[in-house]
Structure formats: structure tokens, C-alpha cells
Design a binder for this molecule. Structure first.
Ligand code: EPZ
Length: 417
């Protein structure tokens, strides 16, 4: 198992281009199952979660190959409607293949085990909506056997919570349904809009993505299309946290600052100076961060739950107390125990984490247990006194493209062993 060795308190400097968004690439890869022909996805990040999705596509009969920064998918040859357990278990987001396979083939058989590192991952909203669209779904011990022998029929779907995955699954299932589907209380994340942009390029008729109400007029079929994936706003927030804890100035290239509307004010609150100029973002950190006050995670456009762990790591170094409230997932503070081993002062109680800033953290041997928690440990190690050893690097590789290489190029003393 590879580990990261980090010697802390090295200043970072220079500029870095932000990778394509993992949480945009994954649903778009599932959606290519619907497009009968070749799609070219530019700015697609090289991640283990992307590889896992390509494994599912190949199993279903698609061709998937990387051409430099682009991923080329040809879904003309889809000839299967089942996804083996081993492939489903490799990434949490594979549930979004359900709507795609069902819409393309009229059948879908897959197992979706609940629970992962950050909490139970129920799919009740996905299943309820697909049944409303006319799917017959039999569930047994997390295994689903879905049929839509007469195709799917558009209808009105009201989500009880603006679930990102459910919104994506329904959108994908509805694009070739007969009639119109309206999703109310839809998720508004930029990745939803990016998925709709790709599908519309393939001939879909989706209106209102990014708003709370999305209307989809069904079309008979979709063709392939070329699409450039949006930058990853969570990777941007992670890199900004790396600069924040090392008192550095960094320039991020290819950032959509409007995707970070709820994140930038938190960095500014903590004393970071941020300048945005057409697609670039320059962050200059103070010698020592101030408290972030209160950070509540919310559905977009609120503060993103995926940025909670990286910013909480930075808050450990701040002068003053910061309070985090995690409203989206049940178990997203697991990494705080490892931060405490490095000298952080954190008290968690249910949704709330109270972080009392300390002048120093100290390098330690720590273990990551989930993707964003792993990023938090890297950030803490960069700002800590001395050497840290971080295990569980496989979690990092799910969402960050060569993070240690990027940080090393910016001046950090970090290497993978
Ligand atoms: C997506 O997960 C992202 N993953 C997550 O990013 C992100 O944290 C999350 O959206 C929220 O923004 C991908 O896009 C691949 P949800 P998803 O459905 O779709 C509950 C990362 O680190 N819920 O919006 O699973 C659910 O339990 C990952 O990159 C139901 O109760 O998120 C959770 O508490 C982590 N029933 C809440 O809704 C359902 O049917 C939000 O989940 C579906 C969800």
C-alpha cells in the first residue's frame, strides 16, 4: 500500500491548472451509455473512480480509451444490462448507471450495497422516481432487478431533498422517455448543469438545469457528442487550503469562481486575499489564519460538503475557534481523530465540529479513511512541524489527479512511497 511522506511548513509558490471535475465526469460517463455513437470528453481527470466507470462501460459493451486529456467513449455496441458486484463496488457513484442502462436497454440488474466511508448511502429517492417513470424494480438485499418493458414515461417528480445523484439518475433516465418529465426540488450543483449540457449536445431536450425545476422533453434517441468537463471546484478548494496553511500565494488556472461562491468568503474571513480574473484565481494567505467562524454545509449554492474536510484542516491552524456544521452526510468527521493525533484541538458532537485553532500541528503517522478526509490529512501535514506519513493514499487517488506531484511542483516536500 503506498503512503505519502510530507515534510511540513514548506512555502508553496507558482501556479497550477485545476483538473476536470470528478463529480461531473462520473455521471457524464454513465450518460454516454445512452448516446449511440462516439463521445469525446475533454478535460476528463485521470482518477481511479473514472477508471472504475470505464470498466463498467467496457463490460456493458462500450469502447473506452484515453487519448491524452480526452476520454473517447463509443456506446454503439451496448449489449448487456447487468453490472457485476465487483465493478459496482469500486465507486460509490455507480448507482447513476441504473437510469442509463435501464433507459438504453429496458432492463438493469445491479447490486447497490448501502453504506460507505462517509455514511449510509440510501437510494430511496432514485428508486421512487424511476418507479414513477414506469420502471418495475425488485429489490433483494441491495440487489436490484429493474425492467421497463414498455419504455419509460415522462412524469412529474418531486424530490424530498435536492439529491445530486437522484437528480442525475432521473435526468438520464428521462431524456429518452416518452413525454415530458419535470423534476422539482432538483439539485442545482454545477455538475448537474454540466451533465445537462453534455446530454443536450447529444440531442436531449433539458431545460432549467442548475435551477430547482428541471424540465426534460423526451426524444427518441441520442447520438454521441464532444464535451469539455468543467473544472473541479473541490480540488480548487483543496489547493487553496494547501496555500492557506503554508502562508503561501498560489495562482489557480481554469477556475470558475462562481462555482466557489460559498467557499471564497470563508477563505477571506480567515484572512486570505483572493483576486479573480477571467478564469484565474490568486490566493495570498496571511502568516497565520484567523477563525472561519461558522461553516454550514448545504446543497448548492450553499457551502459544499466535499469542501468541509479540507477547510476544517486549515481551521486547525487558525487563531480562534471555528465551528463546522455538516448537514449533508452522517459521518464526515472521521478524519478529525487523525488531525487530533497531529495536535489539533477538535470536539465533534453529531453534526457539529468545534475547532480551536492552535499555533502548531506536529507531523505524525496518520491514516486516511475516505477521499476528502485524505485531502484534509495532506493539508494538515503541509502546515505541520516535521515529518508526516499518510497511509490510505488509494482514497486520494479516487478524486485527485497526481496531487503529490502537483504539490511537489509548487514547492512542497512530499513524495509517494
Ligand atoms: C454526490 O453524492 C457527490 N458524488 C458527493 O461527492 C457529494 O458529497 C454529494 O453529491 C453532495 O454534494 C458524486 O457526484 C459522484 P446526494 P450523492 O444524493 O449523489 C441522502 C466526493 O467526495 N440521500 O446529494 O450520493 C444521502 O444519504 C463525493 O466527491 C437519500 O437519503 O449525494 C445524503 O445524506 C462524496 N436518498 C444526502 O441525501 C437518496 O436516494 C445527499 O446525497 C439519495 C441521497
Amino acid at each position: 500500500m503506498s503512503r505519502l511522506l510530507v515534510k511540513g511548513r514548506q512555502k508553496l509558490s507558482g501556479e497550477v491548472s485545476v483538473q476536470g471535475a470528478k463529480n461531473s465526469a462520473l455521471p457524464i460517463l454513465a450518460a454516454t451509455v445512452l448516446a449511440k455513437g462516439e463521445s469525446v470528453l475533454y478535460h476528463c481527470p485521470a482518477l481511479s473512480d473514472v477508471d472504475a466507470s470505464c470498466g463498467i462501460l467496457r463490460y456493458l459493451g462500450c469502447k473506452a480509451r484515453r487519448e491524452g486529456e480526452a476520454l473517447v467513449i463509443d456506446s454503439a455496441g451496448v449489449d448487456r444490462a447487468d453490472i457485476p458486484d465487483a465493478l459496482m463496488r469500486k465507486t460509490r457513484s455507480s448507482i447513476v448507471f441504473l437510469g442509463a442502462v435501464l433507459a438504453r436497454t429496458g432492463r438493469a440488474k445491479l447490486c447497490f450495497p448501502g453504506g460507505c466511508e462517509i455514511g449510509p448511502r440510501p437510494i430511496d429517492m432514485h428508486l421512487r422516481a424511476l418507479r414513477q417513470l414506469g420502471a418495475e424494480i425488485r429489490e433483494r438485499h441491495g440487489c436490484l432487478d429493474c425492467r421497463a418493458p414498455y419504455g419509460l414515461k415522462g412524469c412529474r417528480v418531486a424530490l424530498s431533498f435536492p439529491s445530486v445523484g437522484a437528480t442525475e439518475d432521473i435526468m438520464i433516465a428521462a431524456v429518452t422517455a416518452s413525454g415530458t418529465t419535470t423534476i422539482t426540488n432538483a439539485a442545482r450543483e454545477p455538475e448537474i448543469t454540466d451533465l445537462a449540457d453534455y446530454l443536450n449536445r447529444c440531442g436531449a431536450r433539458i431545460y432549467g438545469a442548475g435551477e430547482g425545476v428541471i424540465v426534460i422533453d423526451g426524444v427518441p434517441s441520442l447520438h454521441g457528442a464532444a464535451h469539455t468537463i468543467i473544472p473541479d471546484r473541490i480540488v480548487a478548494a483543496t489547493l487553496m487550503s494547501c496555500a492557506a496553511v503554508t502562508g503561501s500565494a498560489l495562482t489557480l488556472r481554469g477556475v470558475v469562481s462562481s462555482h466557489l461562491g460559498a467557499v471564497l468568503p470563508v477563505f477571506e474571513e480567515s484572512g486570505c486575499h483572493i483576486r479573480v480574473s477571467d478564469g484565474d484565481l490568486r490566493l495570498t494567505a496571511p502568516q497565520r489564519l484567523r477563525s472561519m467562524r461558522v461553516v454550514r454545509t448545504m446543497p448548492y449554492p450553499g457551502f459544499p460538503t466535499d469542501a468541509q474536510a479540507p477547510l476544517l484542516a486549515a481551521a486547525c491552524f487558525a487563531e480562534g475557534t471555528s465551528v463546522f456544521v455538516e448537514n449533508i452526510f452522517e459521518n464526515r468527521y472521521r478524519h478529525t481523530a487523525e488531525l487530533i493525533r497531529m495536535g489539533a484541538s477538535i470536539k465533534t458532537e453529531g453534526k457539529v465540529a468545534v475547532v480551536e485553532g492552535v499555533p502548531r500541528l506536529y507531523g505524525a503517522s496518520v491514516e486516511a479513511t475516505d477521499l476528502r478526509g485524505a485531502a484534509a490529512l495532506v493539508i494538515a501535514a503541509l502546515g505541520a512541524e516535521g515529518q508526516s506519513e499518510i497511509s490510505g493514499v488509494r482514497y486520494l487517488e479516487r478524486g485527485y489527479e497526481r496531487l503529490e506531484q502537483t504539490l511537489s511542483d509548487l514547492g512542497a516536500e512530499i513524495r509517494k512511497v
